[in-house]
Design a protein around this ligand. Structure first.
Ligand SMILES: [Zn+2]
Length: 300
């Protein structure tokens, strides 16, 4: 399918990716810089030149990209780790369009909650989840697997038409992606995005969630350079393992963190427990005074 434009896009993406990764590594190598170094001309350059949005000028360091440098520490990287990078349209290729830090907070400053739904679309379960969301006036974020979006484009269109946000969940959900070369990670991320976009032309894919949460600094930089905020979660009821309705509900109703981002699944197997849990959970959240919103995309 469209191999020429595809490979051109991929070559461009690879350039952007290299720049983004180089910029990210430079940032990581200069922890003394408290101010967001990519903010623009005002940022001082104490010793080493700070990377600027004019990425191509800064040569990539001799070291190679972190191919198998392991996934990000899952704990410490909150949305605040976005280095304060503001969204900036018209930036040079490779500059992050959104912060590369992992977002785990719902948007807003009040009692917001973000519901995220992973691993679909699925012809059996996605329509049921959409129905529960609709009945409860909830907008959620769907993390779609590229091959499934390709197989069920009409479901992607229904998700978008209902006002939910779209999240790229890679081409085929390889949870060992973080141990593979950056070029492979880039292909999984960018082709996954393209497969979703093909189903709903003109609709933005606004987040990227690594399969199994296996982010790497490179994958976060790649996603951010293409306008997709890396998306984590703060509440995981493990509904994918079918622990039973009571276990799911107790996991999501007790000790909710501030502005929680909750992880559910509409793909990957029998999701009847998830559907049942959502039917009880969404009204409960409303009764608790929560407002449904999307995960933060910019630094709060
Ligand atoms: Zn997943």
């Amino acid at each position: 399918m469209g191999m020429t434009s595809h490979s051109v896009r991929r070559r461009r993406a690879a350039t952007a990716t290299a720049t983004a990764v180089a910029a990210l590594l430079s940032v990581a190598a200069a922890p003394a810089l408290a101010a967001p170094p990519l903010a623009g001309p005002a940022s001082p350059a104490p010793t080493a030149p700070a990377p600027t949005a004019a990425g191509p000028a800064s040569p990539a360091p001799a070291r190679s990209a972190p191919a198998a440098s392991g996934r990000d520490a899952s704990g410490g990287d909150t949305s605040a780790a976005g280095s304060g990078l503001a969204a900036s349209s018209g930036a040079a290729p490779g500059a992050p369009l959104v912060p590369p830090g992992i977002s785990r907070l719902a948007q807003g400053s009040g009692r917001g909650v973000a519901i995220t739904i992973d691993d679909g679309p699925d012809p059996v379960w996605t329509p049921q989840v959409l129905q529960v969301l609709r009945e409860n006036h909830v907008k959620a974020t769907f993390c779609l697997v590229g091959t499934r979006a390709q197989a069920y484009p009409e479901l992607v269109r229904r998700i978008a038409a209902d006002g939910h946000q779209l999240c790229d969940h890679s081409v085929d959900h390889d949870v060992t992606m973080d141990h593979k070369p950056v070029a492979y990670q880039s292909q999984q991320i960018l082709d996954g995005k393209a497969m979703i976009e093909k189903a709903v032309p003109g609709v933005a894919v606004t987040y990227y969630r690594a399969p199994g949460g296996a982010f790497t600094p490179a994958s976060r930089a790649i996603a951010a350079a293409h306008g997709m905020r890396p998306l984590g979660w703060s509440v995981d009821p493990k509904d994918w393992s079918r622990p039973g309705l009571d276990a799911i509900l107790s996991a999501v109703e007790t000790e909710l963190p501030e502005r929680p981002t909750v992880l559910f699944h509409d793909g990957g197997g029998d999701r009847s427990q998830t559907v049942a849990a959502l039917k009880r959970y969404l009204p409960w959240l409303t009764a608790q005074g929560y407002a449904f919103t999307f995960p933060a995309r910019t630094t709060p």
